[in-house]
Design a protein around this ligand. Structure first.
Ligand code: ATR
Length: 276
């Protein structure tokens, strides 16, 4: 039997067992996927003993993503670009890691808004945390020439801009509406809107041309940011698709089948979110 899990601290909120449990049933695989609460000080030791624990690998969530990155023997480019890992697996006895958030976000963006890519216009990222970093990496790799990172703490946005180079600029939070005005895509990576609280406060009525609004918050599925964008007739991209697509790679590595993100899977998670 093959085994995998998700580790984090705390871990109670994770929906990864639902996602991987669905795929294990769908593909008739003799395997398990559990959640394990692992404290930051115990994370490196846990990861170094995956084999002894009978684990093929695991997902890693907050606050352990940087520890996983530092502990791995081999880091894929996706993880190096972000400086954090959310997926680890054993290969020839080596602990390997990747960051699949970039893939998850970009895949869902391309599926939900196929014409999002306008290389002559800027993309705005609200927020400058780990998720913002993964998304900036994906947007630049898609050939976008200007990314504006807008953050409450300007220093953090400046750090991200310095890391990625001259195509990324840091903007102060107070200037967010000016940064958005001629943008093609606006992505909310802040925690504003989570559990129905807060809203980045973007004035969608003053935007120019075709604009896509994407959120990475998925509880609730329709945040105030997305609801207002939809009311202003923007194309909207919710946060759930990123969660589902980021899971594909890990499942393939641990269980040997590349799984499909189906409507049935999405409905399963939507129903779980609705139970809150
Ligand atoms: P993650 O790594 O998941 O992206 P994070 O590092 O906690 O999460 O980042 C959360 C983001 O939400 C940050 O950009 C944070 O801004 P600061 O860097 O200034 O802390 C942003 N954020 C959280 N609460 C906010 C608020 N009330 N107004 C504006 N931005 C907020």
């Amino acid at each position: 039997m093959k085994r995998a899990c998700v580790i984090g601290w705390p871990i109670g909120h994770s929906r990864s067992p639902l996602i991987h449990g669905y795929w294990l049933r769908r593909y008739g695989i003799d395997g398990t996927y559990t959640k394990e609460a692992v404290k930051p000080e115990a994370a490196a030791q846990f990861l170094r003993t995956l084999n002894l624990r009978g684990l093929a690998g695991c997902n890693v969530t907050v606050p352990l993503k940087e520890i996983a990155f530092a502990t791995a023997d081999h880091r894929e480019d996706s993880a190096v670009a972000v400086g954090a890992a959310n997926t680890v697996w054993l290969e020839d006895g080596r602990l390997c890691c990747a960051n699949t958030d970039t893939y998850g976000f970009m895949t869902h963006l391309s599926q939900s808004a196929p014409s999002w890519r306008q290389t002559d216009r800027a993309v705005v990222i609200l927020g400058a945390g780990g998720a913002a970093r993964a998304i900036v990496h994906g947007i630049l790799a898609a050939g976008i020439g200007e990314v504006r990172v807008v953050n409450r703490t300007l220093d953090r946005a400046a750090g991200l801009a310095a890391y990625f180079g001259s195509n990324v600029n840091a903007w102060p939070w107070e200037e967010r509406n000016r940064a958005c005005r001629d943008a093609s895509v606006i992505v909310n990576t802040t925690t504003l809107g989570m559990k129905g609280e807060g809203d980045p406060g973007i004035d969608f009525s003053s935007l120019q041309g075709k604009v896509v609004a994407a959120d990475i918050v998925y509880v609730p599925l329709e945040t105030a940011f997305l609801r207002k964008a939809k009311a202003a007739r923007l194309t909207t991209v919710d946060g759930l698709g990123m969660l589902l697509h980021q899971a594909v790679r890990g499942f393939e590595k641990w269980f040997g089948v590349r799984p499909e993100v189906t409507t049935e899977l999405r409905d399963l998670i939507v129903a779980d979110i609705g139970r809150l």
